[in-house]
Write a protein that binds this ligand. Sequence first.
Ligand code: BES
Ligand code: ZN
Length: 867
Amino acid sequence: MKDAAPQPIHLADYRPPSYLVEEVRLTFRLQPKGTRVLSTIRFRANPEGLEDGNLHLDGEGVRLISCSIDGAPLTAFDYLLTAEGLTVPAARLPEGAFTWEAEVEIDPEENTALEGLYTSNGMFCTQCEAEGFRKITFYPDRPDVMARFTVRIESDLPVLLSNGNPVASGAGWAEWHDPWPKPAYLFALVAGELVAHSDRFTTMSGREVALNIWVRPGDEGKCAYAMDALKRSMRWDEEVYGREYDLDVFNIVAVDDFNMGAMENKGLNIFNSKFVLATPETATDRDYDFIEGIVAHEYFHNWTGNRITCRDWFQLCLKEGLTVFRDQQFSADMRSAPVKRIEEVLQLRARQFREDAGPLAHNVRPDSYVEINNFYTATVYEKGAEVIGMLHRLVGADGYRAALDAYFSRHDGQACTIEDWLAVFEDVTGRDLSQFKRWYTQAGTPRVSARWARTGGTLKMTLTQELPATPGQPLKEPAVIPVALGLLAPDGTELLPETLVVLDGREAELDFDIAGMAERAGVAMPERVIPSLLRGFSAPVILDAPLSRADRLVLLAHDPDPFNRWEAGRSLMRETLLAMLTDGAAPDAALFEALATLLTTDTLDPAYRALALALPSEDDIAQAAHDAGMVPDPTAIHGVRRALQTAMAEALRPVLAALHDAMDPGPVYSPDAEQAAKRSLRNAALMLLARVEGPERAQARYDAATNMTDEMAAFAALLEAGDTQVAARFHDRWKGDRLVMDKWFMVQIAHAEPEQAVAVAQRLTDHPLFDWKNPNRFRSVIGGLTAGNPAGFHDPTGAGYRFLADWLLKVDAKNPQTAARMSTAYETWRRYDADRQELIAGELDRIAAAEGLSRDLGEMVSRIRGS
Ligand code: BES
Ligand code: ZN
């Protein structure tokens, strides 16, 4: 018999807790097995409490040694102990305030789920968000309980860290005190043989902060970029948001075994080592870009997440959506804003639109969940950030800043909701946001259609919106959709500069006085007007606009909005690919000519030009085919995408060869945006040229590479050219470097021929360096197939589906979070043909029926499978 399905938790059931915590003292006697955790917790009755008055402490997998209240030991008759926690009935509790003390035992070494306290390469570390603290000791593990923590660590290891400021230390012990009240999910502890890359920062009010990045000995030379990113983040948050750091020290620790990217624990951020460690030889430009963005993200949480936290986990977007928006603003300031915007939208469409279009669609603020770890999604994060971007656009930069100032002063030290957040904007700007709030409470990607017609000197435009039904939400109300738009004449003259239209009903009619505009622009009235809609991607919607190929070519050549200029090229490519799929049509030369012009426009950022050259991904094409009423065939999609690349490479060969030679950034590597831009265009040219030239150029680049960006690009080009030696050469050079070897695993699968991809992945799982318990390595191999090689994953035999299911089941037994995240590879299954659907359904059912399935993976497969 399988256990009864775990019950969902509903937002509507939220109740303030009966007890609050005034103060916590923790002592850790660290041992790989049998770590003792002593806790002293001062509770007081919550006057606003609406729960049952019992003291409920969460606790999972912790062995209770002893406990007492106000010094009086409790016996097993005094409390109820279950697998989920411990309850002391109200009748046994003193009135008002009381002190709970407990001693428990846990086994960090056995903790393969990497949640709670665990060991990684001999070092102790923690991951408590969202509900990991309950695996450390008994505690009200919910974010609306905030407390001041004092922590004592006892261990022979030389470096002992926790949150806040160091208080005192001696041989074998250290004490930390965090003066800022925080929920338990922000608790952290690290102990190990670590070395620091140190620096300092003077805050805007002149306080000195010691900065340390702690790594394993040997890695201290790989921290300079992360440190630089940290200092720039600290300065930026002061300058742009007026936010100052609030402790004497800021520590970052790099860990090799980590489920996520990084975690914002107060004063002690813990990072997956791949988002800290970088040298030019081992990290790509993309890695540097990620390090900068993630260091900033976790730092920015200090105010948006830590000083102001979430009342409950349904409000996750309050901290994550806002902090993603903030890290995006930071990256746009540090690098090229248009390039960053395009990258954000690429990511949003690839992950969030995909999620919204399938069985996992949910609100930015979900109404219910079974396992909260399954809701750290693209919707909460990326759509959550887009919603704030829309708010920013609607109220303007000054209104936004005023609202944020008010948010920080009104809610500092509190655990808040989306209602609190929106109320601040309403109070500061005087706007009514009740309709805008639907962005938080309705799932699905709205479709905006634009239609227009000319009557004499007037252009009449109709905008309509439609919200698709999503699981559990058949009917929707109109959203508030900011549509930034402009109008162009066919020669590129801008008739109407960017204007913001807010579509808040199902339909809006707009009249544009073209005659007047032409007169003001000093041009003859054009015979045709080309709308440039949704500039800067002003709302996370799918736009349907009947622009002709000729219109799009005008936008690609002339749109002053860099996002829409890129978007025009993108949609031409998508259309071309769909035409190739349906009737084998040859690509149209006009597209190549337009690309040639753009590629040779030296005033354009090379990174932007590289983006213009990139084709839609295979997954993108599959979704576009599905939207057009076709049943996507992954093999055919792979084929036409390659064919278009080859045709492009042939048509643009001289341009690409010239760019390849011109975009050499010189011998001294720097990860800055300017150099990275040149490398991205150069390597995009290399990949295309390798299609039509033979492998010599890629071979020469591989041999000459002095940085990982170039080395990986040449490696990938050689793999696609069928080189059978390069993988061994790369392996021999880099077998001692974990992070580089993750790339080695991934790239071989992603660039394998689709018919061989599963076999290559299978062979690599037998490699001695394949360690499936390490989440990075596991994701490199499994993700290399599911995301890196979609035609291989969707192999018509079902071998890819079976391979994934086998590994999910194996990993689920040790690390449910990692298994659950990877299961989203199946989320698009309803797009495909009946045979493939049957094969995937079979695997989903096989997983669902497995003995001892985790709540994490169980919830995911049941939602993906649907009814
Ligand atoms: N708070 C999260 C880390 C986290 C995620 C903890 C899920 C527990 C469960 C952190 O701030 C975060 O968002 N990290 C991201 C990277 C970020 C740049 C978007 C991550 O780890 O992927
Ligand atoms: Zn975050």
